[in-house]
Design a protein around this ligand. Structure first.
Ligand code: ADP
Ligand code: MG
Length: 383
């Protein structure tokens, strides 16, 4: 999917001059490793072909003007020197956050005219927020010659979302958007950001990865995310560990005996999920992408039964996809709605899409939007 908006013309009409350049940063889907990044664990995302594009021109007067083709006609004007967490509401908080964080980190950056254009669906668990932050971050990095590397920019974008927007996200989304490569999944250690690009040739194995956006997002998402994160931190503290990543699978049963009942399923999910990431990478390299199927479905069961971040719409999409012949399926992203991924043989892709669409209609759910995910490249300058 690509948008056909004439955005260069839009930039000139809005701001009266041409942009200095265009930068793009993609959304992502995570194959496996959900809610593990903020536990210092492992994840395995791919970047999507869909991206946020940022056209940017520096300004010398300290004014930051922000516009998005998603919000036609609105230009948000901010004084860069007066930016403060909580001071900008709505979508403009995300790009403003990046500029604020760069300045907090001591980089001498000022205002700009910015126009955003995107085909990453927002709020669908595909990380449009990180894509937006990363597009603005690389634009500023290039225009001001800051020389920050990709992990440095990802950390900066995460800090922007954490401290300025107020969302306590982990590092996966920004690292995926900044550093993924076409034709590969990113095996990332969220503790030290060491990463390896694991080749993932879906088409060569006659497979397709469907992204099924359920188009629902339940209200409890924000509060529940913070509560789950706090629960994990408490469990690690009670076990005397720096993070749940430090709990080995072999020590899990004994550890669970020492924890209060409400923390048991959380810890079980995180430890088994880290195991599934390692298993997925090993299977991918040994037997190829089809072997990921059962690991995806097991990951979903853990999210549904232990971590409790799934919901009726995602559970139905997963169960229907698997019953219709998918090799495996799971909810991806933070949860309480959002998107499901299903790994299918290309020949049965249409059957699976029809089954999932039919089942959601029968249940009275919103009609899902379905994309085919191809592992794509990370953030880059387009022109
Ligand atoms: P996700 O990251 O899963 O898409 P989030 O809730 O974290 O969901 O981020 C979505 C928010 O990001 C939107 O509500 C909006 O504020 C902002 N956003 C994403 N894409 C755009 C865009 N193209 N233009 C303006 N704001 C955007
Ligand atoms: Mg987000």
């Amino acid at each position: 999917m690509t948008t056909t908006t004439d955005t260069t013309g839009t930039f000139e009409r809005l701001y009266g001059h041409a942009p200095e350049g265009v930068w793009a940063a993609p959304g992502r889907v995570n194959l496996i490793g959900e809610h593990t990044d903020y536990n210092d664990g492992f994840v395995l995302p791919i970047a999507l072909p869909q991206s946020v594009r940022a056209q940017v021109r520096r300004r010398a007067d300290g004014v930051l003007r922000l516009s998005s083709t998603r919000v036609p006609g609105e230009v948000v004007e901010l004084d860069v020197a007066a930016l403060a967490p909580g001071g900008v509401s709505g979508w403009a908080a995300y790009p403003a956050a990046v500029v604020w964080t760069l300045r907090q980190a001591g980089h001498p950056v000022g205002g700009a005219d910015v126009l955003l254009d995107s085909d990453v669906p927002g709020g669908a668990g595909l990380s449009s927020s990180a894509a937006l932050e990363c597009a603005v971050a690389i634009a500023y990095n290039d225009l001001h010659g800051l020389g920050l590397d990709a992990p440095g920019l990802a950390l900066l974008a995460q800090r922007a979302e954490n401290e300025f927007v107020g969302v306590p996200c982990g590092i996966m989304d920004q690292m995926a958007s900044m550093t993924c490569r076409a034709g590969a999944a990113l095996h990332l250690d969220a503790r030290d950001l060491s990463a390896r690009h694991v080749p993932l040739d879906l088409a060569g194995a006659d497979l397709a990865l469907l992204v099924i956006d359920t188009r629902v997002q339940h209200d409890l998402a924000d509060g529940a995310y913070a509560a789950l994160r706090a629960g994990c931190e408490r469990a690690a503290e009670l076990l005397g560990l720096p993070a749940l990543r430090d709990l080995a699978a072999a020590d899990l049963p004994a550890a669970l005996d020492r924890l209060p009942a409400e923390l048991v399923p959380l810890v079980r999910h995180v430890v088994t999920e880290n195991g599934r990431v390692e298993q997925a990478v090993a299977e991918l390299e040994r037997r190829g992408p089809a072997a990921l199927g059962p690991i995806l479905t097991a990951g979903h069961a853990s999210l549904r039964d232990d971590y409790r971040t799934s919901c009726p719409e995602t559970d139905l999409a997963v169960a229907t996809a698997v019953a219709a012949g998918a090799l495996g399926a799971r909810m991806t992203g933070g949860g309480f709605g959002g998107s499901v991924i299903a790994l299918v043989e290309t020949a049965v892709a249409d059957t699976v899409v029809k089954a999932v669409t039919g089942a959601s209609a029968f249940a009275g759910h919103a009609e899902p939007r379905v994309y085919r995910a191809v592992p794509s490249e990370g953030a880059r300058r387009l022109s």
